[in-house]
Design a protein around this ligand. Structure first.
Ligand code: GLA
Length: 733
C-alpha cells in the first residue's frame, strides 16, 4: 500500500514524491512534508515553535504560548481558528458560532479510489490500482465533521484530495466557504505559473514570483472561464522545463473557482484552491453532506515537462472515460467558419463530399440547424430540427453523410435560452432572471436554471429525441456566455448563494445521463472556444474546443499554455481559412495543419473552396495524422521552446513511450535577412539508438539519440512568413 501510518503520522508515497501529515498531540492535522520521495520519518521535527507576538493560542494549548495555528503548517486551515492566513473553510454553526475548530477524530484506508457523488473524480483501473486514505476531523464542540479524502496515484506522482462536510448536529449549518485543499510550505521563493486569457486568447502562460501577501485568481463567471484556468503550478524559482521542483494543482470543476497563494510573515507559502466562495452559501441541514470538488496535486522534481507528463498520463488513464480515448480521434470538418448560419443541405453535403474525397472521418453540423436560428438572436432552447433549412429530417441528412463514408456530429448549446424562443415563451421562469429586474444578456441569450429538475428533464428529453432519431456519433456541447445573476425561482432568498454550484451539479448530471445512454458518443466540450477547459470537463468530454481563435500563430500560445496541465489529445484544433477570421493573418496552409496536428485534428472551412494545391496539402495532412496518431495522442509531449521567449520559432515534440519514434514540429514566427542558423534539441530519446530522420517526408540522414538530444537538429531556413516543418525520426531497423 502506498499509505504508511505510524503514531498518527500519515505518509503517502508515490513513485517520486512523498506527502505527509500528522495529527499532533492536540489533534490538529499538521502538514509536515511534500516533495521528493523520502522515507516515512516523522517530519514534524521541522516544525518550529516559538512565542510569536500577536499569534493567538488555541485553548487546547493551555499555557503553551508557542503553539499557534497562525504559523503552523496545516492540512485544512479553517476560519476562526486564530490563523489569519487564507483558509479553506468558513462555517456558521448557528447560535452565534461563526467559527469552528477541527480536531482529528479517526481515519481509514482502503484499496481503490473514493468517488464523489455527482462530481467528476479520478478513478483506479484494473491495471493500476489506487489507494485511498480518509481522515475525519470533528469540531471540538459540535457534531460537525470534515472528511478529508486522499487518492494516491503512485505511478503518476498524483495525489488527489477532496473534502466532504457532514452535519450530524440537530440544526442547520451554513457554509460560506468550502475549498478543496491547501498546501503549506515552510519557505518562500516560489514562482506561481498560471494561465490567464480572454475569449479568443485563452491560457496564456504567466510566471510570477510570489510576494509577502496574497496572490489570487478566481472565476466568478459560473464557468472555469477564459480569463483564468483552474490549473496552476508552484515552481521553484530555478525550475525550468527539465529541472527543478514543481507542484501542480488542478481542480476538477467546471464552475467558478478561487485560488489564493500567500506568503506569510514568517516567509512560509500557502496555496488554497476550490469552489469560488464569492457569494457562495450552502445550507446544510441535519444529516446532510456537502462535497467539495476534487483537487489533483502533482509533483515533479525534474521540471515542468515531467509535471505535464504526470497530468497528461494520469488524466488519460484515470480521468477520461470515453469509448474514444484509445481510438484514433476522428478527423472532422466543422461547418461553423465555412458557413456560419448560412447553410442548407446542399451546402453541407458539398462540404461532406469534399471531406470524403480528402478521407476525413466526420462532418460536424454546428449552430443553426434547429428552431428559428438564422442568427444568434433567437432559437436557443428550441431543440427541434429545422427541416425546412435542412431540406428533410436529421436522419435523412445523417444517412446521406454516412453514405459518403463519414460519421455525423451535431452542435448543441443546451444550457441556454433565447428570449425569442418558444421555450422562453412557455417557461420564462426557467431562465436565471431576478423577477422584476432586467436581465444581463450575453450574446443576446439567457442562461437556464440548471439547478431545476424540470429544466434538466427537458434538456435530456430533447437531446435523447434527436440522438435517437439519427446516427449521431459526436456532440459539440457549447456554452456561450458567462453566468451573471445566479438566481433560481425555486430557492428561497437565503439559499440563492447555492445556485452557482447547483448549476454545475445539474450540468454534470445531464452529461452523465447522456453518456450513460450513449456510451459510444464522442463529446467535445466548448464554451465560446476554450472558456470551460478544465479537468472536470475531461471526465465527460475527452476533447474540448481549445479556442475560437483558429489563427495558427496565436494558437501556438494558446496550445502552449494548455499543454502544461492537459493532455494534447484533449486540445481540439482545426485548420481554418485565411485571411484568418479572428485576426486577419495569413499563414501557409501547411503551417495551419502543423499547428492543428498538435491536438485533436480537424478542419473548419469550406473544403469546396480549396485550391487544388491546398487539397493536395490537406490530403497529405490527413495521411500524416492518421499515420502518426499514436504519437500525437499518446506520446510524451515536450515543449522545446517557449513562444514567449523565442520570438523566431516555436518547436514541440511527441515521443512514443518506448522512445522508438518521435515527431518534432517547428513553426517560424519571424523572418530575418541573412538569417542565423537555428538548432533545436530533441528530448526523451534513447541515447544509444540510431534514428533515421525525415524532414517534411524527405530522408535527412541518420543520427544517434545522444546526438539529437545533445547536439540537436539543424532547422531548415524558412522560405516564407510563418513557414513550418515536421521532422520525423524512427529507430533504424
Ligand atoms: C461558439 C463556439 C464556436 C461555434 C459558435 C456557434 O462561439 O466556440 O465554435 O460553435 O459558438 O454559435
Amino acid at each position: 500500500m502506498a499509505i504508511i501510518i505510524e503514531d498518527s503520522v500519515f505518509t503517502l508515497q508515490t513513485k517520486n514524491s512523498t506527502y505527509q501529515m500528522k495529527a499532533d498531540d492536540k489533534g490538529i492535522l499538521l502538514h509536515t512534508y511534500y516533495g521528493k520521495r523520502t522515507d516515512a520519518t516523522d517530519y514534524s521535527y521541522l516544525v518550529s515553535m516559538a512565542d510569536r507576538g500577536f499569534s493567538g493560542n488555541i485553548y487546547e494549548a493551555r499555557e503553551d504560548r508557542t503553539y499557534s495555528l497562525d504559523f503552523l503548517p496545516q492540512e485544512f486551515p479553517v476560519c476562526g481558528s486564530g490563523d489569519y492566513r487564507v483558509n479553506c473553510l468558513h462555517a456558521d454553526l448557528g447560535e452565534g458560532v461563526n467559527d469552528c475548530l477541527m480536531f482529528f477524530d479517526s481515519y481509514r484506508t482502503y484499496h481503490g479510489k473514493y468517488a464523489l457523488e455527482g462530481l467528476p473524480a479520478m478513478f483506479s483501473t484494473e491495471e493500476e490500482a489506487v489507494d485511498t486514505l480518509e481522515i475525519v476531523l470533528k469540531d471540538n464542540q459540535e457534531a460537525f465533521y470534515l472528511h478529508l479524502l486522499y487518492g494516491v496515484f503512485e505511478e503518476h506522482d498524483i495525489i488527489t484530495r477532496a473534502a466532504v462536510i457532514e452535519n450530524r448536529t440537530d440544526r442547520e449549518i451554513r457554509l460560506h466557504k468550502v475549498l478543496s485543499g491547501c498546501l503549506d510550505m515552510d519557505h518562500d521563493g516560489m514562482d506561481l505559473i498560471h494561465f490567464y486569457g480572454k475569449h479568443a486568447g485563452e491560457r496564456q502562460m504567466e510566471r510570477v514570483s510570489l510576494f509577502h501577501g496574497i496572490t489570487e485568481l478566481r472565476s466568478t463567471r459560473g464557468t472555469s472561464s477564459h480569463q483564468h484556468n483552474p490549473f496552476v503550478i508552484l515552481a521553484d524559482q530555478k525550475a525550468s522545463e527539465d529541472m527543478g521542483e514543481c507542484f501542480g494543482f488542478s481542480l476538477l470543476y467546471s464552475g467558478g473557482f478561487h485560488m489564493q497563494a500567500e506568503v506569510d510573515q514568517f516567509h512560509q507559502t500557502r496555496l488554497v484552491m476550490g469552489i469560488d466562495d464569492c457569494d457562495f452559501t450552502w445550507s446544510l441541514l441535519p444529516g446532510e453532506t456537502f462535497v467539495a470538488p476534487e483537487l489533483a496535486m502533482g509533483y515533479s522534481g525534474e521540471g515542468l515537462a515531467k509535471l505535464s507528463h504526470c497530468y497528461h498520463d494520469s488524466f488519460h488513464g484515470h480521468l477520461i472515460r470515453s469509448f474514444w480515448k484509445e481510438k484514433r480521434r476522428p478527423i472532422l470538418v466543422n461547418n461553423w467558419e465555412a458557413t456560419y448560419f448560412d447553410f442548407n443541405a446542399d451546402k453541407l453535403l458539398q462540404i461532406a463530399r469534399e471531406a470524403a474525397d480528402l478521407e476525413l472521418d466526420m462532418l460536424v453540423l454546428d449552430d443553426g440547424w434547429f428552431g428559428k436560428r438564422d442568427n444568434d438572436d433567437a432559437g436557443l432552447g428550441d431543440w427541434f430540427v429545422n427541416e425546412k433549412k435542412l431540406g428533410g429530417t436529421i436522419q435523412e441528412l445523417a444517412d446521406k453523410v454516412n453514405g459518403m463514408g463519414l460519421m455525423f456530429g451535431l452542435w448543441f448549446e443546451p444550457e441556454m435560452i433565447s428570449e425569442d424562443s418558444d421555450l422562453y415563451r412557455q417557461h420564462p421562469d426557467w431562465a436565471m432572471v431576478v423577477p422584476g429586474r432586467n436581465p444581463i444578456r450575453g450574446r443576446a441569450q439567457l442562461v437556464l436554471d440548471m439547478g431545476r429538475e424540470e429544466v434538466l428533464s427537458y434538456i435530456k428529453e430533447r437531446l435523447f429525441a434527436i440522438l435517437d432519431a439519427a446516427n449521431i456519433q459526436y456532440i459539440k456541447w457549447d456554452m456561450n456566455r458567462s453566468v451573471a445573476a445566479a438566481y433560481s425561482a425555486l430557492l428561497p432568498r437565503e439559499r440563492q448563494g447555492e445556485q452557482r454550484h447547483r448549476y454545475v451539479l445539474g450540468l454534470y448530471h445531464v452529461l452523465e445521463a447522456l453518456l450513460e445512454r450513449y456510451p459510444n458518443l464522442l463529446l467535445e466540450g466548448c464554451s465560446g472556444g476554450g472558456g470551460r477547459f478544465d479537468a472536470g470537463m475531461l471526465y465527460y468530454a475527452p476533447q474540448i474546443w481549445c479556442s475560437d481563435n483558429t489563427d495558427a500563430v496565436e494558437r501556438l500560445h494558446i496550445q502552449y499554455g494548455t499543454s502544461f496541465g492537459y493532455p494534447m489529445s484533449s486540445v481540439a484544433a482545426h485548420v481554418s481559412v485565411c485571411p484568418n477570421h479572428q485576426n486577419g493573418r495569413v499563414t501557409p496552409f501547411k503551417t495551419r495543419g502543423v499547428c492543428a496536428m498538435q491536438g485533436a485534428f480537424g478542419y473548419e472551412l469550406d473544403l469546396s473552396k480549396l485550391s487544388e494545391e491546398e487539397k493536395a496539402e490537406a490530403k497529405e495532412q490527413v495521411r500524416t495524422f492518421k499515420k502518426h496518431y499514436k504519437l500525437f495522442q499518446f506520446g510524451d509531449y515536450y515543449r522545446l521552446t517557449s513562444p514567449l521567449l523565442n520570438r523566431d520559432f516555436t518547436a514541440w515534440e511527441y515521443v512514443d513511450k518506448t522512445g522508438k519514434e518521435a515527431i518534432l514540429s517547428v513553426v517560424y514566427t519571424d523572418l530575418h535577412g541573412n538569417p542565423a542558423a537555428n538548432t533545436v534539441k530533441f528530448r526523451g530519446l534513447c541515447p544509444q539508438v540510431i534514428y533515421q530522420m525525415w524532414r517534411d517526408k524527405e530522408p535527412a540522414g541518420e543520427y544517434t539519440g545522444a546526438a539529437l538530444m545533445n547536439g540537436g537538429v539543424l532547422l531548415p531556413v524558412p522560405v516564407e512568413n510563418y513557414d513550418s516543418c515536421q521532422i520525423y525520426i524512427r529507430q533504424k531497423e
